[in-house]
Design a protein around this ligand. Structure first.
Ligand code: BG6
Length: 492
C-alpha cells in the first residue's frame, strides 16, 4: 500500500498554550511528522503563544527537547529537526492583559490571506477571553479557523457557555472541536467497513446484533494531570466525548455522503436517541470505580488519591455504563461502555456481538457454537477481527472452533500509523470539519451525561474501589453478566 501526501496551503498555526503539555506531547510531534513527510511546505509558521517570557531561540530549544523526548528515536533526524524548528516562533502573551497582543497582530499582519488557525490548547477559562480579543483586534480574517480542545465544559451549562463564547466571534463553519479519537485510523475504518461494504449493513441492527461493547482501557494512571483530572473524572474525560463518539459511529444511519454535515447530522440523531438514565436507574445502569494501590514484592503502584495528593476523592477513574439507543434499528440492543485508568493493559476496541444461530445441525461432541463477533481494535495493533466458527482442520470428525479472521493493519499494509493529531491538524488547515464535533453534538452528549453526573452527586457515596491493574470493580462485571453476557477477552 502507498501513502499519499498532499501538501497543504501555507499556513500560520497560532498555538495558545504553546509551552503546555499538549503542545509538547501531541501538537509539535504531529506537526514535525507532517513536515518531515513533506506535507507542510516552506513558508508555514507555528506561532506559539504562552505566558512564559522566551524568545524564538529559547522556544526552539524547548521544542527540540520536547520532540526528542516524545518522538520515537527512529523518527528523529537532525536535518528534519532543524528544518522544523525554523518554523517555530514564540510570543509572550497574556490572555487577560495587553501583553503580547500587539506582537501577535504585527506577526500576522503581513499575511492576511494565509490560512490561519488559532489552536486554543488552554484551560476552559481562557477560551472566552482569547476569542474576545481575537475578535476585538480584527484577527478573524477570511481564511481563519479556531480549534478548541477538551474539556469543552464540565456540564451542559458550561458547554453552552464555551460554545456561546466561541460563536460570539467565529461562525460554526470556522470552529473545529477536537475529539482526537475521531482522527484515529481505525475509527475512520469503522466508517469504511460499514459504508464501503455490502456485507455488514443488512445485519447491522437489533434483528442480528445481540449487543455492542466499547472498551477504552488505559494501563497508565493520572500521572501529572491530577489537578485537572480530579475535577473531571472518567465520565467527563472519556465517556462524554471519546466513547460516545465511537458509539455514534457504530450506531448511526448511513449518511448520504461523507460530507461533514451529513455525517454529523447522523451522529447527532444517535446522541438524541440515547435513552436518558434517570436517578433511580443510575445505580443499576452505571458503575463508578477508583483505583487503589497495588503492592507486590517487585512493584508498588500508588492509589489514585496518592497520585493526586489528596486524602479522599469522589472522582471516578473507571466507568461502566449500559446504554441504550432508543430507535428502530437498535431497540433492545445494549451498548456496554467501559473505560478506566490503571487497567491490566492498554486496549481500545469495539465489539459487535451477533446473535446466536437459531438452530445447530451439529452433534454435541462437535463443540459449542459461539456467536460471531466483529472486533474493531483501535489500539494497540490496529485492525479488525471477525470471529467465526470453522471446522477444525484435518481428520477426526466434525469438530468446531471459534477463530478470528484477522486483519492487522500494520502487518497488512506495513505503513506507520499516523497519530490522530497528524490527520486532524492537517484537516483543520484544509478546512475539512468531518472529523470534528459540531456544537450541537457536544451539547447533546452533555444532555445525556448531565443526569448521570447529577445522580452520582446526589448519591454522594465513594466510587467502588478496584486494585490498580485489574478490570475495574466487580460490579462492572456484574453489569454485563446479569444480562447473561461477558466482557470480550481475546483468547487467540
Ligand atoms: C484524553 C484524556 O482525551 O485521552 C486522557 O483526557 C486519556 O485522560 C487520553 O489518557 C487517551 O488517549 P489515547 O489516544 O492515548 O487513547
Amino acid at each position: 500500500m502507498s501513502t499519499r501526501i498532499i501538501p497543504v496551503e501555507p499556513f500560520d498555526y497560532v498555538v495558545f498554550g504553546g509551552t503546555g503539555d499538549l503542545a509538547a506531547r501531541k501538537l509539535l510531534p504531529a506537526l514535525y511528522h507532517r513536515r518531515v513527510d513533506g506535507q507542510i511546505p516552506d513558508g508555514c509558521r507555528i506561532l506559539a503563544a504562552s505566558h512564559l517570557s522566551m524568545d524564538d531561540a529559547a522556544y526552539r530549544a524547548w521544542a527540540r527537547e520536547a520532540l526528542t523526548s516524545h518522538l520515537n528515536p527512529e523518527d528523529l533526524d537532525e536535518g528534519g529537526l532543524s528544518a522544523f524548528c525554523n518554523l517555530l516562533h514564540h510570543i509572550h502573551l497574556d490572555a487577560f492583559s495587553d501583553q503580547g497582543w500587539p506582537e501577535l497582530v504585527a506577526a500576522l499582519a503581513g499575511r492576511p490571506a494565509a490560512v490561519r488557525a488559532y489552536y486554543l490548547a488552554v484551560g476552559p477559562g481562557l477560551i472566552g477571553p482569547i476569542c474576545a480579543r481575537l475578535g476585538a483586534l480584527n484577527l478573524n480574517g477570511p481564511n481563519t479557523r479556531v480549534v478548541v480542545e477538551k474539556p469543552l465544559g464540565r456540564d451542559l451549562d458550561s458547554a453552552l457557555k464555551v460554545n456561546r463564547d466561541v460563536l460570539a466571534v467565529f461562525h460554526e463553519g470556522q470552529v473545529f472541536r477536537i475529539d482526537h479519537y475521531l482522527g484515529k485510523e481505525t475509527v475512520q475504518n469503522l466508517m469504511a467497513l460499514r459504508f464501503a461494504n455490502a456485507l455488514f449493513e443488512p445485519l447491522w441492527n437489533g434483528a442480528h446484533i445481540d449487543h455492542v461493547q466499547i472498551t477504552v482501557a488505559e494501563s497508565i494512571g493520572v500521572g501529572s494531570r491530577g489537578g485537572y483530572y480530579d475535577k473531571a473524572g472518567a465520565l467527563r474525560d472519556m465517556v462524554q466525548n471519546h466513547l460516545l463518539q465511537l458509539l455514534c459511529l457504530v450506531a448511526m444511519e448511513p449518511p448520504d455522503s461523507y460530507d461533514a454535515d451529513s455525517v454529523r447530522d447522523e451522529k447527532l440523531k444517535v446522541l438524541k436517541a440515547l435513552r436518558p438514565i434517570p436517578d433511580d436507574k443510575a445505580d443499576q445502569l452505571t458503575v463508578r470505580g477508583q483505583y487503589t494501590s497495588l503492592s507486590s514484592d517487585a512493584l508498588r503502584v500508588p492509589a489514585y488519591v496518592e497520585e493526586v495528593g489528596v486524602q479522599r476523592s469522589l472522582t471516578e477513574t473507571f466507568v461502566a455504563i449500559k446504554a441504550e439507543v432508543a430507535n428502530w434499528r437498535w431497540a433492545g440492543v445494549p451498548f456496554y461502555l467501559r473505560t478506566g485508568k490503571r487497567m491490566p493493559t492498554r486496549v481500545s476496541e469495539i465489539v459487535v456481538a451477533f446473535k446466536p444461530i437459531p438452530h445447530s445441525i451439529f452433534p454435541d461432541d462437535a463443540g459449542a457454537i459461539q456467536s460471531n463477533k466483529l472486533v474493531i481494535r483501535l489500539q494497540p495493533d490496529e485492525g479488525v477481527r471477525q470471529w467465526v466458527m470453522i471446522k477444525d482442520p484435518g481428520p477426526g470428525g466434525m469438530r468446531l472452533r471459534h477463530v478470528p479472521l484477522d486483519m492487522s493493519f500494520a502487518e497488512a499494509f506495513g505503513v506507520r500509523n499516523p497519530d490522530a493529531y497528524e490527520r486532524l491538524l492537517m484537516d483543520i488547515i484544509r478546512g475539512n470539519p468531518t472529523l470534528f464535533m459540531r456544537g450541537d453534538e457536544v451539547e447533546a452528549a452533555w444532555r445525556w451525561v448531565d443526569p448521570i453526573l447529577r445522580a452520582w452527586e446526589r448519591d454522594g457515596r465513594s466510587p467502588h474501589a478496584y486494585t490498580a491493574g485489574t478490570w475495574g470493580p466487580s460490579r462492572a462485571i456484574a453489569l454485563i453478566e446479569r444480562d447473561g453476557r461477558t466482557w470480550h477477552e481475546e483468547t487467540v
